[in-house]
Design a protein around this ligand. Structure first.
Ligand SMILES: NC(=O)c1ccc[n+]([C@@H]2O[C@H](COP(=O)([O-])OP(=O)(O)OC[C@H]3O[C@@H](n4cnc5c(N)ncnc54)[C@H](OP(=O)(O)O)[C@@H]3O)[C@@H](O)[C@H]2O)c1
Length: 219
């Protein structure tokens, strides 16, 4: 699949690199230096390349939005027409100091994004995992069980595509439901960040859901 990265920082560069290693054709875009994008593309190998957000949007089928909330307007304006595109957002709607969600409870960053680009098919994914763990998860992808990764969205086909990319990176995709569930997954992303960056074990943190059925009950 042809994948455009809108925001090639911690999240975009790592996910783009791993998706490239998984066999996808990746266009890295939106960084302050074109040299950085070119190096990322070179290091990712395969058919990956550097481009502008407009090229990333035009030449690919799916986009990953990985920028700070305060860059949404700029990067979307640069990307241009996103009609019919699957748009996966891993972005959290944080204030400028990255201390608080600026959208919560009655909406989410993902829902606000869907209002900004109603022509795109928005899926919210990868926002509950610290970037530091992606390479470790990818390396361990043949082991079982895999770590979980929640995602949500309103477009069934877009969600299928997102789930296959989540699998490619090494996670077990957990469908959390419609896009409005991002109201829960976004604060959950902050919890994971708290454990990753303020906890004792370091930031290479992933999570795994386990269901306990009747066999485990006491009655
Ligand atoms: N990091 C995590 O572990 C994590 C986890 C969950 C969710 N998230 C969310 O994911 C999103 C991305 O996070 P991140 O940590 O990847 O952020 P980041 O490292 O700061 O990456 C943002 C990207 O945007 C680019 N950018 C910023 N201002 C720009 C400008 N004026 N012109 C062109 N490019 C510009 C940066 O360019 P440069 O490369 O030149 O800096 C960088 O490539 C955020 O919404 C964050 O809340 C992050």
């Amino acid at each position: 699949m042809r994948i455009g990265i809108l925001g090639s920082g911690l999240m975009g560069s790592k996910l783009g690199t791993l998706l490239s290693r998984a066999g996808h054709e990746v266009v890295f875009s939106y960084a302050r230096s074109q040299e950085k994008l070119k190096k990322l593309a070179r290091d990712a190998g395969g058919k990956s390349r550097a481009g502008t957000p407009a090229e990333a949007a035009k030449e690919t089928d799916l986009l990953l939005l990985a920028v700070h909330w305060n860059r949404f307007d700029d990067v979307l304006k640069q990307a241009g027409d996103l009609s019919g595109k699957v748009l996966i957002t891993c972005s959290l709607p944080m204030n400028d100091k990255n201390t608080e969600l600026v959208v919560a409870h009655t909406s989410s960053g993902a829902e606000e994004l869907a209002k900004m680009v109603p022509e795109a098919r928005v899926v919210c994914a990868f926002n509950t995992i610290p970037s530091e763990v992606f390479f470790g998860v990818f390396e361990a992808r043949k082991k079982s069980p895999r770590p979980s990764l929640v995602y949500c969205g309103d477009d069934a086909r877009a969600k299928e595509v997102a789930a296959s990319l989540i699998r490619d990176v090494g996670f077990d995709p957990v469908d959390a439901g419609p896009l409005r569930i991002a109201r829960y997954t976004e604060p959950f992303g902050l919890l994971i960040g708290q454990l990753a960056y303020e906890g004792d074990g370091g930031p290479e943190l992933a999570y795994q859901f386990e269901r306990f059925g009747r066999a485990h009950s006491l009655d």
